[in-house]
Design a protein around this ligand. Structure first.
Ligand code: PDD
Length: 278
């Protein structure tokens, strides 16, 4: 595999980052994951815009223009012959002596990109996900896509050890925020309910596309917080992310959702999302 590290295209075994990199020492960095379908990037502009926003919120500049970034994506997809897969991008504040204060502004940022081939990524899911419930113990700026992913990783492992596929995280009081690496939705009758944007969740690029497509298809959408109880008595549930598109959820905290089968609205949304992405 060819990877990109600070201006160079290298074999993956030659990609190197300093042990003093602030991404390594402080999780002081942000990332994006853009999907590739039929060799084409899905919603690159959305991911680039969110990257700019994450960087701005952390007082970091864009390390290169959007066009230059797109060019790196294209070259890696071509060189690694990716038909279905992902491009991972990470930008950190760079390497500096370990200090909680940010280093001098001229410190060179670290920029790393690599691809992951995922053949069959867009295949229809055979069954819905079983999601566990875990308290949301992340920090208060989940709208910034930082590489600080330890808690979601712990929550996913706890869910897996309990025999589930993933976890939905909830706040004190029982409102659900999102999945460990996806946005969460329930369907009540014909209404799609998903948490409103704010600092409590990541502003999913797939979420934005799916809500737009749902509204275009005259489906009803409510952006508001919903509780664990509401979720467990919903007719359908699903999650969205760049790498899973729209994925049905058939069990929440050990309770079957609706009839326990992947929902009709989730299936329809997955279809129209993939139609537009291709
Ligand atoms: N995760 N919420 C969280 C906490 C996420 O980490 C992600 C994405 C999403 C969905 O966002 P989008 O639709 O823009 O992918 C929501 C990526 C895929 C990851 O960490 O691999």
């Amino acid at each position: 595999r060819t990877v990109y590290v600070n201006g160079d295209y290298l074999p993956e075994s030659e990609g190197r980052v300093s042990i003093f990199d602030r991404g390594f020492l402080f999780a002081d960095g942000v990332y994006e994951v853009t999907t590739v379908l039929d060799g084409k990037l899905v919603d690159f502009d959305g991911h680039a815009a969110r990257l700019e926003r994450s960087l701005r919120e952390l007082d970091m500049p864009m390390p290169m223009t959007r066009d230059a970034l797109l060019e790196v994506h294209h070259r890696l997809v071509a060189e690694n012959d990716i038909d279905e897969g992902l491009v991972y991008l990470q930008v950190t504040r760079g390497a500096a002596d370990r200090d909680f204060a940010y280093p001098a502004e001229e410190t060179e940022q670290t920029v790393v990109l690599f691809t992951q081939a995922k053949p069959g990524l867009a295949k229809a899911p055979e069954k819905g996900l079983s999601v566990d419930l875990q308290p949301d113990l992340r920090w208060g700026r989940r709208d910034i896509k930082t590489v600080q992913l330890l808690y979601p990783s712990m929550a996913k492992m706890a869910a897996k050890r309990a025999g589930h596929d993933d976890a939905w995280m909830h706040e004190p009081g029982g409102t659900i925020t999102e999945g460990t690496s996806n946005n969460a939705y329930i369907v009540k009758g014909n209404t799609i309910v998903t948490r409103q944007l704010g600092n409590e969740i990541l502003h999913g690029i797939t979420r934005a596309a799916v809500l737009r497509l749902a509204r275009e298809a005259q489906m009803k959408v409510e952006e508001r917080a919903f509780t664990v109880e509401e979720a467990q008595s919903a007719d359908e549930a699903f999650v969205t992310s760049a790498s899973t598109f729209v994925m049905p959820v058939t069990s929440i905290g050990g309770k079957a959702v609706g009839d326990g089968q992947p929902g009709r609205i989730a299936g329809r949304l997955r279809e129209i999302y993939l139609d537009e992405a291709r």
